[in-house]
Design a protein around this ligand. Sequence first.
Ligand code: SAM
Length: 448
Amino acid sequence: MLPASLLDQLCSVPGFDRAGFLQAHQESQAPTSIRLNPSKLPPLNDAMQPIGWSRYGYYLQQRPSFTFDPLFHAGCYYVQEASSMLLEQAFMQLMPQDQPLRVLDLCAAPGGKSTHLYSLLPPKSFLVANEVIRSRALVLRDNLIKWGAKNALVTNNDPEQFRALPNYFDWITVDAPCSGSGLFRKDPDAIGQWSVAAVQHCAARQQRILLAAWEALRPGGILFYSTCSYSVEENEAIAAWMIHELKAKSQTLHLQAEWNITPADPGYRCWPDKAKGEGFYCCCFQKPTDGSQPVLPRAQRKLRSVSKNEMSIVRPWVNSEDAFYLLLHQTVYAWPSHLRGEWEACVALLHVIYSGVRIGELLPDKLVPDHALAQNNDLHHSIPSVSLSLSEAILYLQRKPFMPEQAAKGWTVATYEGFALGWINALASRINNYYPKELRIIKDSQAS
Ligand code: SAM
């Protein structure tokens, strides 16, 4: 049973149709949808139906076992609720596509919007994907590695700490922690946890997060605010407060009528009985220009670059000519050269837990390649690979023993349908499986 106090409050909200809303919760299921990775495009099939508001978004007719699909582990797609993909319309309509941008996703784990933003960045831009909860920040990092990200930093900071970068970002996404009513259809257990007090608690927290984000946004920049809550206190009331307190200017999006997304006052709502997706609210704000310039942080500490000698060990593994290779605790990372100064400053000011591409561990005479290098298209073309069958790929992802017929000796990338899964090291009589333990498929079979 949906909370009566929530339903009563929604009666006055534009687009709310009590009967349709109740029916959507009682009689229909949340549609399954995925978003493809443009840098690892998997083959399409007839069962995939495009989502109108996202270039790479598709509905699936049924929910397959993603766990047992190697392409899921290769980072070819992200399983994401369709309404959330509205972010794409906002980003494409409100941001210039021909200049590098500094983009922050402030509440980013597990990474749905970060991987989406990453796919939309104009060349030479970069993304800071931040998550305050440590364990969730690690999942965010893993998802960006799987996505093949290069121009991204993953940070584990409280939003307050972004005040150290005043007027810095061109775009900030605040996909705020919320009371979660928009996901009741997907997760009926959440109904029991909902309360008026939780809504009020979330609204106060949303204001705190937005105040810090606003500091870090450059004048003229755009803040995208979203929740998966239906409550006015977390949506329109927060937007009204932004406009009143911060002089934020709410932005209009051009959305096609057949998408059935409802204009709110201000912002936009997805109702599950109208748009094909779950409950979602978003509103975009521009920060007024006041003549102040972004304060570019100065690097306080230069990081140690890989020496010429060390580079002779690293070079055979990597493709990129245009990278700065740095050494941190014996681990080599590749950064886009043009971002070195800015990233050094970010490393000094924020708690950066991942940056660029982790290439591997440098030993005195060799490199032990990292999983991130295999999942990234910067890997040198001369590195051998071996194509696995579906059953071999599953054994590989479970870290169980298997012996592919064709594997060359030494470090080899295990692939499935042309997409990299990770490393193996083939010895004369056995294969060492280097798929990261923490990512392995734990289930034995689809049935278990
Ligand atoms: N944007 C993510 C995506 O698309 O995959 C989902 C984000 S979820 C709605 C909100 C996130 O905010 C959670 O990861 C949660 O851990 C984080 N969070 C919780 N409390 C927070 C706080 N006080 N400040 C910032 N983020 C917080």
